[in-house]
Design a protein around this ligand. Structure first.
Ligand code: GUN
Length: 306
C-alpha cells in the first residue's frame, strides 16, 4: 500500500475580528479627519430595562466608540416607560445637532410599540438602518445604500475583504428577519447573487442548503446546520449567537471550562471539514456588525455636515 498521507480537509476562517479591526482603524482615521473640521461624530444608544444580552451587546458597541473616538452616550430607561415617553426622548435627540446616530437596542419590552419607536428615529440618524426610508433606499439599488443594516453590511464587508465575489453564486439564507435575512437577501441580489430565503415553514430545508455556494444561517438555533446539509466547498456564514450554560462534567468542574459559551447556528467542528470558508462564533459576524455600526455613525455625521 502506498504511504499516502490523508490530510483532513479544513476550511479557512473568515476572521471577523481581523477584518473588524481593519475597519475600525479606518473609521478612527476618518473620525480624526472630521475632528479637524470641528465635527464630532456622536452615537446615542437607548436601552429600555436591563436585558443582560442587550447590555453585553451594548458594551461591545461602547468599546468600539472608544476605539474610534466616536462620542457616546448611553440612555438606560426604566423598564416601564410608556411608548409615548420613549418617542418624546427620541424626538428630542432628533433635534439635537450634536447627535448623529440614534440606536434603540432591541428587543424592547412587550408593552412598547416597537414599530412606532423605530419609525420615530430621524432617517438621517437611523444608524441601525432599520427604518423604512433607509431600507427602501437599499431596496432600489446598491448605489442608494446609505445607512444599511449593520449585520448584512458586515457580511458583505467580510466577503469583500476575502475577495469572495457573490456574482452568479447561489446563496441560501436561513432566516427571514427584518434585521438580517431580508435585508441581506436584497443586498446580495443587488450584487448579482441568486438568493433563496428559507424560514420555519420551508419544506425540505436541506434541499436548499445543499445546493448553496454561500450558506448563511441566521435563526438562533444552536448547531442546527449539520455537515450533511452543506455542499462540499461551500462558504458558510454563521450569524447565530446563542448563549449556552453548559453543565460541566466532573472533570470540567475541576477546571472551570466553557460554562458560559456562545454557540452559533452551525455545527462548526463538523461543517469546517466540508466548507471552503467558514465564520467562527464568536469572532465572525458579531464584530463585523459593531464595526459597520461605527461606519454608519461616521457616514451619518459626514452627510449631516455636507
Ligand atoms: N438587538 C440585537 N441586535 C441588534 C442590533 O443590531 N440593533 C439593535 N438596535 N438591537 C439589536
Amino acid at each position: 500500500m502506498s504511504a499516502r498521507i490523508h490530510k483532513k480537509r479544513q476550511s479557512r476562517l473568515l476572521d471577523g475580528r481581523l477584518v473588524s479591526d481593519f475597519l475600525l482603524t479606518r473609521v478612527s482615521h476618518e473620525v480624526k479627519k472630521l475632528h479637524k473640521k470641528k465635527i464630532f461624530p456622536k452615537l446615542v444608544i437607548i436601552l429600555v430595562g436591563k436585558n443582560p444580552a442587550s447590555l453585553s451587546y451594548i458594551r461591545q458597541k461602547e468599546k468600539a466608540t472608544q476605539r474610534t473616538h466616536i462620542q457616546y452616550e448611553h440612555l438606560n430607561l426604566r423598564e416601564t416607560i410608556a411608548t409615548k415617553k420613549l418617542i418624546a426622548i427620541i424626538e428630542k435627540l432628533n433635534r439635537d445637532k450634536t447627535v448623529h446616530g440614534i440606536l434603540v437596542q432591541l428587543p424592547l419590552p412587550a408593552h412598547i410599540e416597537a414599530p412606532l419607536v423605530l419609525r420615530a428615529i430621524e432617517p438621517a440618524k437611523d444608524v441601525d438602518g432599520f427604518g423604512a426610508y433607509n431600507l427602501g433606499k437599499m431596496f432600489l439599488s446598491m448605489d442608494f445604500e446609505n445607512l444599511a443594516p449593520c449585520t448584512p453590511r458586515g457580511i458583505i464587508r467580510l466577503l469583500e475583504y476575502y475577495k469572495i465575489s457573490p456574482v452568479g453564486k447561489r446563496v441560501t439564507i436561513i432566516g427571514r428577519s427584518n434585521i438580517v435575512g431580508k435585508p441581506l437577501a436584497v443586498m446580495l441580489i443587488n450584487r448579482d447573487a441568486t438568493v433563496t430565503v428559507c424560514h420555519s415553514k420551508t419544506k425540505n430545508l436541506a434541499s436548499h442548503t445543499r445546493t448553496a455556494d454561500i450558506l448563511v444561517a441566521a435563526v438562533g438555533r444552536p448547531k442546527m446546520v449539520k455537515a450533511d446539509m452543506v455542499k462540499k466547498g461551500a462558504i458558510v456564514i454563521d450569524v447565530g449567537t446563542t448563549k449556552v450554560n453548559n453543565r460541566p462534567s466532573r472533570s470540567e468542574a475541576k477546571q472551570i471550562v466553557h460554562l458560559n459559551s456562545l454557540v452559533g447556528d452551525v455545527d462548526f467542528e463538523n461543517v469546517k471539514r466540508k466548507a471552503s470558508w467558514i465564520t467562527p462564533v464568536p469572532g465572525g459576524v458579531g464584530p463585523m456588525t459593531v464595526a459597520c455600526l461605527m461606519e454608519n455613525v461616521v457616514r451619518a455625521a459626514r452627510r449631516m455636515n455636507m
